[in-house]
Each structure stands twice: as C-alpha cells, then as structure tokens.
Design a protein around this ligand. Structure first.
Ligand code: IVH
Length: 791
C-alpha cells in the first residue's frame, strides 16, 4: 500500500515536471533542461505507469505528443495525426525492439529497414494541393499545430511548387526543419557581436527562427529541410509499398531527402549504420541526435500499427546525450602562456557526450556575463564530439539562495602581479566581415610569473616548436620549480647533473635528455618564431613570417602596418607580433639566446620579393593604412605619386597639394587636403610615420631582386583548405605538394580561403565554404592546378 502511495506521489510529481518542460519547449520555445534529462524523467514515469497502470493520470505527458499550439499563429488541424517516436538507447534495447517486431511478423523471412539519421530540428507538415504548397504546420500536440506557412515559404530548399506532373492532388509531406551548423555558428557570432542573446544549439535556433511572426526574419535565418515521411495523401494508388521508395518519390518531386538514408536488407545492418553515422556525426553539416530505424514495408507497418503516441514499426536509436545538467562548484582562474587569465568552471562530475566532465572553460568575463552565471548554479553542460565541454546555459529557477557572484581577480592568482585589461577585437570571417571586441585579462608578470614560464617552455619545446623529445610537462614544472630554468634559453645551459637532481632521472635518461636538447641548437626560422609563443601566431603564421621577412632581425624590426601585408597576418596579429618584439621583458629573454652561440637560426635570407614588392611598388597601401580620414585608395595613390618617401608626407603643405592630382587628373578635394594637413600636425601620427619609414630602411628592401623568388611556386598567395577523403592522393601529401608550390594550407574555412578541396564525406567545412561562396574543387582538379604550375 505504502508502495502504491509513494508511486502515486512520484507519478504526479513527474507529470507536473514534464508538463512544465513540455510547455517551455513547445510553447515558449525556451527549453530550460537538456533532452537527456527530459528523456530520463519520461522513462521513470513510463516505468512507474507500467508497474501501476491504474495510477496513470488522464493528462499524463507519456500519452501525448508535445504541448499546446502557440496562440499567436492560427491553428491547423492535422488531417492525419503527427506522431512521435519511441527511443532506444542501447544495442540491447534495439534487439528487444527487433524481437517485438519479428514476433509480430512471424511469417516474414527478412524484414527490410529504412535507416535514417535523426535530425535535430523540428517536425513540420507540408501540404501540397495540385502541386502547390498551400499550408505548412508545426506538430503542436500532434492533432493541432501552428500555421507557419508564411515562414516555411521562405525556406530555400522547400519547393513552392512540386516538380513534374506525377503527383497526387493532395500530398502531405512530413519532415524536419533544421539549421545547418555553419548557419548556426554565423547566427550566434552575429548575436555575440550585437550583444544579443545567443541560441544554445541549432535546434533552438531553428525553432526560434520558424516561430517568428515576421517571416522576413525567418528568411534571413538560412533554415533547411529534409523530408522523412508522408501525411495525408488522397491517392492510394500513387503510393509505393516501401517507405524508402516513398521518400524517393518525394525526392523526385523536388523535396530534399537526407542523403544519408539507407535501405537495409534486414536488421543486421542497423547497428553498423548507427555506428557509422555516430563516427561521422561531427563531419555532417547538420546536427543529429541518433538514427531512426523504420520497418520499410508499408504492409508490415500496417500490421504492426501504433501505440498511443508512436508507431510500433519505427524507433529512434539515440546517441549518448551531448547535454546534461550539473552543478557549478566553483570558478578558478588559470594563467596561460601569454598571461591571459581564463576562468575555468569546476563542475560536479557528469557523464556527457561519452566522457566524465569535471571542468569547462568559460573563456572570459563577457562569457560569464552573457550566461549570467553564479557559483552553485545548475548549468547545462554540452560536449559535442571532440569539442571542449561548454556551459551553454543556466537553469535559473534552480538557483539556490546561497549562490555567489563570480569575481575576477585584480592580481594574478599565480604570481600576484597586476592584471591588465586588454580589449581584443575579433574579426569574424563571415561574408560581411564583422568584428566584435571582447575584453581579456592578462597578468603583466611575463616570465617572472611561474605559470607563464612553465607554459612558455612547454610550448617552446613542443613538436611544432624546437621539438625536444622527452622533455615532458612534469619535467618542465620541476625545472621551473627548482629555478634551474628561468627562460627558454636556460634549457641549453642545463647539465646532466642538473637532470639527475630532479625526480625520476637515472644516468641514461639524464644523458639522453641532455643530448636531445644539445641536438636542437640549430633551428629553422619558422620553428623558432613558432616556439616563442607570440599570441595569435601559430605554425602557419610563423611560416609566412619566416618566408616573407627572411630573418629574425627583420621580423623584430617590422612595423605592424608592414607586417599586415603578409598573407595570414591581420591587423590584430601584426600588433601582437610588433608588441611582442618591443616588450622589454621579451627583449631580455631573446637576448639570452645569444644567437650563433647558444642557438643558430639555420635558414635566414633576405626579405622575399613578394613582400618587398608590396612595400616598394604599392606604397599607396601604406598611406591607405595610416588611418587618415577621407583618404581612400584613390587619394592614397595620388599622394604616393608625389612623395619622395613616407617621411615626405609629413612635409606636405597647401602649395604642394595644388600639384597633386588623382588618376582622372583632378585635384584632391578640399576635405581630403584639410584632413591630411590636420593629421600631419599630430605628434603621434608623425612618430608613427617616422617609425614606419625607419622600419622600411632597416628591412633593406632595395637590394631584393626578382631572382630571390626562384623557390616560390606558382600558387603563391593562394590559401587552400582540404577536407574529406581524397580519391587519388592522400590528403597530407596533397597538402605538402600545394605548400611546395607556394600555396598556403590552413585548417579552417574563412573568407580568406581561395579554394576548398573537398573529398568524399566532406562535412561542415564544405557547408561553410558553400555558405561563403568559396571555390570548391576535388583532388583531381587540384592536381590539374598543380600540373599547370609545373608539378
Ligand atoms: S519519423 C511516425 N524520421 O524526431 C514517425 N522523425 O522524436 C514520425 N525526427 O517528431 C517521425 N529525424 O521531429 C522521423 N528521420 C526521421 C527523423 C524524425 C528527426 C524527429 C521528428 C519527430 C521526432 C520524434
């Protein structure tokens, strides 16, 4: 009896909770808990209801699909109900599902399955009458949904008229509206940029976009659709007897169907399909949260029929949850290699996305503010693929009374030095080339800060840097702790005895490490630059700097305005490089290398012709970058034609302006003239121009001849990204060939990308390249390109 009383109480609480979550999800478009949490509660409820069928309330959420329709859209009654799917979460549960089916269909030898990805968007029903899209509706509660016709009409891939002639008079197509990952990323980047609320995941973004009362907003959101079934169809004879064939019929009519769907001869292929899609999940351009397995034969489907809310002939075989709830125990502040202070969330350990997570980065203060986070909050933690775990939201109504604000430290938690605020401008590489500024905090202690020293040395000796084998993080920590090393150059002064004084070293291991270090005294310029750990400078930028500027001295002397002429170096990176080499701490650290004594750079040469020619022949670019109001490309070109050198700009006066004309032989306008004459009076500006001119002089560009470009390939200046499986060559080999021809190979697609080489199974990079309108070629075309350039 007590048992039943307890069960009744639990059922009632679960119903109340789930109904609330349904309301938030379906009606308010604002879910507050992850799916996995919802699924778990639903399972508990179903188990209890199964054990106590007489206790099931009439309004149990286990018996209905979703919530009520939104009031602000008109309502649509579905001619055929829109059903949902039951879930299985393991191979065992999948086998149980198959057994139920085979038992019911005992007369059939083989049961074919249609296997599909479970798209993570929202279900819609499209109604075509005489081939014209007349209505689109959300699922709502399965019987009645919202009329979202105007919004759906704006979705690019949904045809307003069916193709061909062969369609029934009335045809309802059902499928999922979703937001591709690339569109979602772009939308959130924009939102952050405009200080607006971001969406937690592509599904919420799709739902939010589709439920806009203003369809112009929906139109801008780049939604997509895949059909996965049919609703009411007035002509039975038109319909194939196979679910898969029906989808092919729908595809014939111009509706998109997910290209991943497969017809499987029997259930044995289903687990493999699940695993294959799970492996490729990150590479797909859209989010999925499992696979859907459907008995293919329509006759068999009819025999199997339905339970309350879902068909017995299909089930969703879900992936492990990527979102979970947990508690934020504390926030600690970590000091990185460049002194940047990053808040790190310490979490109550939680199993999510296949691993136990107990930490998550919070990036910076803006991120904490954006999330509105407090210590002890219940947070949504998301771990998708190999991406580092993220906190994507806070469950505000779970906030305890003793929650605490997160306070940023004013002094470095490692060395107690002052913390400075640095405004960092991020340029988003989207079509519209947007940017936003975010504050980061940096410890000013540089290498006197133990945390920065340890991280700097770990970076210095890493594989892409000086590459010292056997010098692991723990050894670096000991070397720093024991003060044997206070800067990277000290590594070369260590003796075998020094290593023997550390934990875990014996004669042989100490000797080996000593030799590994001594063997790395001779280093290429690009590796040396990389190893310094300049903020924003990875291996690819280091290569560009080394290739274009040729020597450490030139890199050290190059003004940021000139640095920004180098491919891969934007204004922000140029500033970082310049500041790094002009920082007084760093000058001391670099001097400790006593070049050609402690360390030798093996491949220095003159600045490249490519760089020299930009600076010497296209000087107008320098003028253009000086930030003089109203001086654009045309005025810059006009000014350059009359200047002896850059410093001569500072000598301009009213009279001289009377002889400066633009390409159309017109005098420069009065406002340009005044703007220049005002600017050259500013002392900061004069200093800057002098600095640039003296940087140009120090780079010694005059002697660079065209012969110096002999090693430069014909793909110079072009940026390539490689993705997917190539047909005729290994991806890494193709990358090397391109680099050998002067091209740059980078890992992420941006507006700076010239070509995306897409092999088979190309995923999100392909989608992003398409979204950005970048040239997309396959490996055959890439090899042709190389051939034209002397491959
Ligand atoms: S079939 C009668 N196929 O999952 C069966 N649904 O959890 C109706 N979904 O409401 C659904 N991908 O929004 C089906 N390939 C797929 C799907 C899919 C995603 C969604 C759909 C449905 C929900 C059920």
């Amino acid at each position: 009896m007590a048992d039943a009383m307890q069960a009744k109480q639990q059922i009632s609480e679960l119903c109340q909770q789930l109904n609330e979550y349904n309301h938030q999800y379906y009606v308010l478009d604002n879910p507050t808990v992850p799916d996995a949490h919802y699924d778990r509660l639903m399972r508990q409820l179903k188990e209890l209801e199964q054990a106590h069928p007489d206790l099931m309330p009439l309004d149990s959420p286990s018996q209905k699909v979703g919530g009520e329709a939104l009031k602000s859209f008109s309502q649509v009654e579905h001619q055929m109900p829109m059903l949902s799917l039951d879930n299985v979460f393991s191979e065992e549960e999948w086998q149980a599902f198959v057994k139920r089916i085979t038992d019911k269909l005992a007369d059939r030898q083989h049961i074919q399955f249609c296997a599909e990805p479970k798209l993570d968007g929202l279900a819609v029903s499209l109604r075509y009458e005489q081939g014209i899209l007349v209505q689109a509706a959300t699922r709502g509660d399965g019987k009645t949904g919202e009329n979202i016709t105007e919004n759906v009409r704006t979705i690019g891939c949904i045809p307003l008229k069916l193709r061909g002639e062969n369609y029934p008079e009335i045809l309802e197509v059902r499928g999922e509206v979703f937001m591709p990952k690339a569109s979602f990323d772009a939308l959130n980047e924009k939102a952050i940029n405009n200080d607006e609320k971001t969406f937690a995941n592509p599904r919420n973004a799709a739902a939010g976009s589709l439920r806009q009362l203003d369809s112009k907003i929906t139109a801008k959101r780049n939604l997509a659709f895949y059909a996965y079934g049919l609703g009411f169809v007035n002509d039975e004879n038109w319909l194939a007897n196979s679910h898969y064939q029906r989808l092919m019929q729908v595809k014939q009519l111009g509706l998109p169907v997910c290209p991943e769907i497969k017809l499987l001869a029997d259930q044995s292929g289903c687990a493999e399909f699940y695993q294959d899609i799970l492996n490729r999940r990150d590479a797909l351009s859209y989010e999925i949260d499992g696979t859907v397995l459907k008995v293919d034969d329509i006759g068999a489907q009819q025999i199997l029929g339905f339970v309350a809310r879902a068909p017995r002939w299909a089930t969703a075989y879900k992936f492990p949850a990527q979102e979970e709830l947990t508690e934020l125990l504390d926030v600690e502040f970590q000091v990185g290699r460049t002194g940047a202070i990053t808040p790190v969330a310490r979490l109550k350990p939680i199993f999510v996305g296949g691993v136990t997570v107990s930490n998550a980065t919070l990036h910076n203060q803006d991120e904490i503010n954006r999330l509105g986070l407090k210590i002890k909050d219940t947070v949504i933690i998301r771990r998708a693929g190999d991406v580092i775990p993220q906190i994507t939201g806070v469950v505000l109504n779970e906030r305890p009374v003793d929650s605490k604000d997160i306070i940023f430290p004013t002094n470095c938690p490692e060395c107690n030095s002052k913390v400075e605020r640095v405004e960092k401008v991020h340029h988003f590489k989207t079509k519209e080339s947007e940017s936003s500024s975010q504050a980061t905090f940096r410890c000013v202690g540089r290498l006197s800060c133990k945390a920065q020293l340890v991280q700097s040395i770990i970076h210095f000796v890493s594989r892409k840097g000086i590459d010292i084998e056997g010098l692991g993080d723990k050894i670096v920590e000991q070397l720093v702790e024991s003060k044997l090393v206070t800067s990277p150059a000290d590594l070369y002064q260590l003796s075998i005895e020094d290593f023997l004084s550390l934990d875990g070293f014996a004669e042989l291991s100490a000797k080996n490490l000593f030799e590994s270090i001594q063997n790395r005294r001779n280093i290429t310029l690009d590796r040396f630059i990389y190893s310094l750990g300049i903020p924003d400078v990875g291996d690819s930028t280091s290569k560009s700097l080394a290739k274009e500027l040729g020597s450490l001295n030139s890199i050290r002397k190059c003004h940021p305005i000139l640095l920004s002429f180098i491919s891969d170096v934007g204004n922000e990176t140029a500033k970082e490089v310049f500041e790094f080499f002009n920082d007084k701490h760093n000058i001391i650290v670099l001097d400790k290398f006593k070049f050609d004594e402690i360390i030798t750079i093996s491949d220095e040469h003159q600045v490249s012709y490519n760089f020299a020619s930009k600076v010497l022949n296209e000087k107008w670019r320098i003028i253009h970058k000086l930030g003089i109001l109203k001086v654009g490309e045309i005025a810059s070109k006009a000014l350059v034609s009359r200047l002896l050198d850059l410093n001569d700009l500072l000598e301009l006066n009213y009279e001289r302006f009377l002889s400066i004309t633009n390409e159309n032989n017109k005098l420069l306008s009065l406002s340009i003239r005044n703007s220049v004459l005002d600017k050259i009076k500013e002392s900061d500006f004069r200093v800057m121009v002098n600095d640039i001119q003296s940087s140009i002089d120090k780079l010694d560009l005059v002697n660079v001849s065209e012969e110096d470009t002999s090693d430069v390939g014909g793909l110079e200046g072009l940026v390539f990204v490689l993705t997917g499986t190539m047909k005729s060559i290994k991806r890494s080999e193709l990358g090397k060939l391109l680099e050998a021809h002067g091209a740059k190979v980078t890992s992420s697609v941006s507006i700076k990308t010239d070509y995306l080489i897409a092999g088979e199974k190309a995923g999100s990079k392909l989608a992003k390249a398409e979204a950005l309108g970048i040239n997309i070629i396959d490996d055959t075309k890439a090899l042709n390109l190389l051939e034209q350039n002397g491959f």
